[in-house]
Design a protein around this ligand. Structure first.
Ligand code: HEM
Ligand SMILES: *[C@@H]1O[C@H](CO)[C@@H](O)[C@H](O)[C@H]1NC(C)=O
Ligand SMILES: *[C@@H]1O[C@H](CO)[C@@H](O)[C@H](O)[C@H]1NC(C)=O
Length: 504
């Protein structure tokens, strides 16, 4: 096999029986396509088009119109499941009425889904593969050590956030435009690294570079590898440059750690909390892959929503500033574990931001470990990918006429005490951005702490607003916020939105 691929890549310059080889390769291709095309014939597909053998059109439609396809599917099939072709294969989309069925099904697995979809078994992809490790080193680390935040962790966040923001936002008394998207990933990465890897590595540009870019490199490598038929992937993985980048990054991370003088800076970090049998490099990259992009995306949109509110002259930013001040005063200038639940308005704002941009249009992604019978009676084979449509988080049936408008006060509505009790870390049938059931995101308590601290420090130290054109453009759309940008099922904060800051 190794020779075949070398030949393929070298352009067939060889004396081997090319005919035989070509036929073998063609057979592999064909069986792969047939299996995929007709894998689940009894469930309708929302983006299959006549003559679209290579699925190019289907993938294009998915990337450009993911949300419309999901809406179309929900409208056309109602309470029935439907299929959608994605850039990473194919999924069955279930309606919201199936949430509990998915949540409770013992043959539907999240970790296996992640490993399968993101090629966790291949060299260079170990940072994702770690989520499916039977030893559960990463999941248990997050569950046991990062899901109740201690006073030292919070003060680390607080100090690190102040240090980064003083540097990035500056001291100018005039409003000036900042590159919020870049600063936001840097800020998230620095505060997270402070407890993942300790203060010294958090500030090390080489370490920051590897941990910040590994995830996006991994996604690119996934797409490159996915373009090849499954039977050839174990070989082409060694030749694709996108995959080599990931292997090189793991090697680079290993080198940085081998040269690093471990000392007191790493005392209360993932290095000391992780199982001694775990590979520290892989655990660190897994933490980076699971935590940085997701948290930074939420923080990014949360500040955009507040900047819009400020430009719009809403009182919520004032209220947040007062709330943060009062909380700090009550705890002697510190942020303590008991401070977090007192930041009620902040909580409502973040929860509302996440309601409208939960990161992905679908959730509860699962892989069928065995053949399973869907709630509508159709049996799907082992290996099927299943997700639940997340549109319920912004549908008018659930939220009323203003469902698409950012309004944090809906979490305080008198009478709807149930909504009032639902915190950022909680999950419900109408808001399940962190997933549900046994796989619910164990990092959500960390997110709760990091976001409240980061946003608190920002609003306490700076006035923030949108630049005039972006505010006016968003205002015209009438949704009280800067719209996110679609990429397949991903909902990305608009990296071009102009944010302006000045010292308070
Ligand atoms: C806003 C940020 C985040 C979002 C939106 C998010 C979302 C999710 C979702 C939807 C799941 C799957 C749940 C399910 O299917 O039921 C998940 C799982 C997971 N998340 Fe997060 N996450 C975030 C931040 C984090 C952070 C900061 C960490 C680590 C420190 C983390 C670690 C994990 C782990 C380890 C799992 C796998 C849990 C398991 O399979 O048992 N996440 N996350
Ligand atoms: C990270 O390093 C790579 C290669 O050394 C470089 O091209 C890239 O610009 C760096 N990225 C960041 C965010 O520092
Ligand atoms: C919200 O989550 C917290 C932490 O897991 C839990 O203690 C609390 O009971 C939950 N509240 C609701 C209303 O579900």
């Amino acid at each position: 096999m190794n020779r075949i691929i070398t030949i393929l890549l070298a352009g067939f310059e060889t004396s081997l029986p090319i005919g035989t080889i070509s036929i073998a390769v063609l057979a592999i291709f064909l069986s792969y396509f047939v299996w995929h095309q007709y894998g689940c014939p009894r469930i309708s597909c929302i983006n299959s088009y006549a003559g679209d053998w290579s699925r190019k059109r289907a993938r294009q439609a998915f990337l450009e119109r993911g949300q419309q396809l999901l809406a179309e599917g929900a409208k056309r099939y109602g309470d029935e499941p439907f299929r959608i072709i994605t850039t990473l294969g194919e999924r069955i989309i279930l309606p919201k009425s199936c949430i509990h069925w998915v949540e409770g099904h013992s043959d539907l697995d999240h970790q296996a889904q992640v490993a399968e979809e993101f090629m966790g078994a291949y060299p260079g992809f170990e940072g994702i593969g770690a989520f499916n490790d039977p030893n559960r080193f990463v999941i248990d680390l997050v569950k046991k050590k990062m899901s109740s935040l201690t006073a030292p962790m919070l003060s680390t966040f607080y100090e690190e956030a102040i240090a980064v923001l003083d540097e990035e936002f500056g001291d100018s008394n005039e409003f000036r435009r900042i590159d919020w998207a870049v600063i936001c990933s840097r800020l998230t990465s620095r505060i997270s690294a402070a407890i993942f890897a300790g203060g010294i590595l958090a500030k090390d540009p080489r370490w920051q570079n590897v941990t910040q870019t590994y995830t996006s490199n991994l996604f690119q490598a996934c797409r490159a590898l996915r373009a090849w038929p499954a039977p050839l992937r174990p070989i082409v993985v060694w030749y694709l440059k996108e995959c080599k980048v990931c292997r090189d990054q793991i090697a680079e991370a290993r080198k940085i750690l081998a040269e690093h003088q471990f000392g007191t800076a790493e005392r209360d970090t993932a290095f000391t909390w992780m199982d001694p049998r775990a590979d520290p490099v892989i655990v660190q990259l897994a933490l980076a892959a699971g935590a940085l992009h997701t948290t930074s995306q939420l923080l990014n949109q949360a500040l955009l929503d507040l900047a819009y509110a400020a430009s719009d002259g809403q009182s919520v930013v004032d209220q947040l500033q007062k709330e943060f001040g009062t909380c700090l005063e009550a705890s002697g200038g510190k942020i303590l574990p008991s401070t977090l639940p007192k930041m009620n308005i902040m909580e409502a704002c973040i929860k509302e931001t996440q309601r409208l941009k939960p990161q992905t249009l679908t959730n509860l992604d699962r892989l069928a470990l065995k053949a399973v019978v869907l709630p509508n009676g159709v049996r799907v084979p082992k290996g099927t990918m299943i997700s639940v449509n997340q549109a319920t988080m912004w549908d008018a049936d659930t939220w009323g006429e203003d469902a698409l408008v950012w309004d944090p006060m809906r979490w305080f509505e008198p009478g709807t005490t149930e909504l009032g009790r639902e915190r950022l870390v909680n999950s419900s049938d109408r808001h399940f951005a962190f997933g549900k059931g046994r796989f619910i995101c164990p990092g959500r308590l960390l997110v709760n702490g990091e976001l409240k601290v980061a946003l608190g420090v920002i609003l306490d130290g700076w006035e923030v607003r949108l630049c005039k054109e972006d505010y006016e453009e968003a205002k015209k759309k009438g949704r009280g916020r800067v719209d996110w940008v679609p990429f397949g099922f991903e909902m990305l904060a608009d990296g071009r939105a102009g944010v302006e800051v000045r010292r308070r």
